[in-house]
Ligand binder design. Structure first.
Ligand code: SAM
Ligand code: DTB
Ligand code: SF4
Length: 331
């Protein structure tokens, strides 16, 4: 019997209770749920590319790309379509099934969207899944991207609504929810998660996961990032999270959104192999693959292949091959 049917009515108290269980009980439950919905030994692999880097007008306190913080990052204009397609080809040859293109924008201009549409069309033509993260979308933009062949749009909630103002002041939580709605309404899959280790309390992690799990449709992909601390950003030097609390967050995400891919996202370079293995045990089944995230480092591809090999795990060849990923038509 499925130990955890898909629900959208989680309460803060219920989610907190999941978090508070003894570690072994939580992991056992999360692993049982994981096995009911996925092959536990397969991970989905996505490769990231920054198609427009730095000089972002927003003030996200974690982000090396904000123009407000001196992080020494060189700004770069929008990449040429051919260069992007070459990078996607290399990612495909290395085994990635999804190519995620990110831009340091508050929101894309219609003129920029034309270039991005060409990127999506050509990456899709390689037989890869496509994902974009470009900031807030205006009416009609999600439809244009869908028509170009976009599969996923990434837009994170980042943290709880209550803690949000400590982290970003240049756009609201509601702005983010509105963009997510536009993405869903266009029939795109959503990739939406947050960042752990920004000084938030457990109740904020609970609230973030609850918000994700009570959206009209669970995000099909849920990236759980650990803050990558970059010198010059306001959050540099903050106390890193307890690794077991990070694993708990993954496990609770798995329990709340049983049919979604939970991505062990940014921060892996700072994690031991053992901690990553615990995250997989807790139900993470997706990673970013390739030696760079957007502007910061990620483990070398060889190291990742070796790690998965040591764990008897491997790449999933086709995403959503075996899951009950939700569609955008709420039940
Ligand atoms: N500018 C667009 C936006 O913010 O929507 C898209 C790119 S932005 C870099 C995408 C996501 O990356 C952010 O929402 C945040 O969750 C994550 N991110 C950025 N900097 C990070 C860091 N230092 N550590 C962990 N995650 C980070
Ligand atoms: C997500 O949740 N994490 C990725 C992706 N979605 C776009 C980005 C991580 C960025 C880490 C900091 C950097 O490399 O600039
Ligand atoms: Fe800009 Fe996105 Fe970074 Fe915020 S997270 S500063 S919006 S690039």
């Amino acid at each position: 019997m499925d130990p955890s049917p898909i629900r959208h009515d989680w309460t803060q108290r219920e989610v907190l209770q999941l978090f508070q269980q003894p570690f072994s009980d939580l992991l056992h439950q999360a692993q049982a749920t994981h096995r009911a919905h996925f092959d536990p030994n397969r991970v989905q692999v996505s490769t990231l590319l920054s198609i427009k880097t730095g000089a972002c007008p927003e003030d996200c306190k974690y982000c090396p790309q904000s123009i407000r913080y001196d992080t020494g990052l060189e700004r770069e204009q929008v990449m040429a379509v051919e260069e992007v397609v070459d990078a996607a080809r290399r990612a495909r040859a290395a085994g990635a099934t999804r190519f995620c293109m990110g831009a340091a924008w508050r929101s894309p201009k219609d003129k920029d969207l034309q270039t991005v549409e060409a990127m999506v069309r050509e990456v899709k033509a390689l037989g890869m899944e496509t994902c974009l993260t470009l900031g807030m979308l205006r009416d009609g933009q999600a439809e244009r991207l869908r028509d170009a062949g976009l599969d996923y749009y990434n837009h994170n909630l980042d943290t709880s609504e209550a803690y949000y103002d400590e982290i970003i002041t240049t756009r609201s939580y509601q702005d983010r929810l509105d963009t997510l709605e536009k993405v869903r309404d266009a029939g795109l899959k959503t990739c939406c998660g947050g960042i752990i280790g920004m000084g938030e309390a457990r109740e904020d992690r609970v609230a973030l996961l609850r918000t994700l799990a009570t959206l009209p449709v669970h995000p099909q992909s849920v990236p759980i990032n650990q803050l990558v601390q970059v010198p010059g950003t306001p959050l540099h030097g903050i106390e890193p999270p307890d690794p077991f609390e990070f694993v708990r967050t993954i496990a609770v995400a798995r329990l709340l959104m049983p049919g979604s891919y939970v991505r062990l996202s940014a921060g892996r370079e700072q994690m031991s192999d053992e901690l990553q293995a615990l995250c997989f045990l807790a139900g993470a089944n997706s990673i970013f693959y390739g030696d760079k995230l957007l502007t910061t480092g990620n483990p070398e591809a060889d190291a990742d292949r070796q790690l998965l090999d040591r764990l008897g795990m491997g790449f999933e060849e086709r995403a959503c091959a075996q899951t009950q990923c939700e569609t955008n038509d709420p039940a």
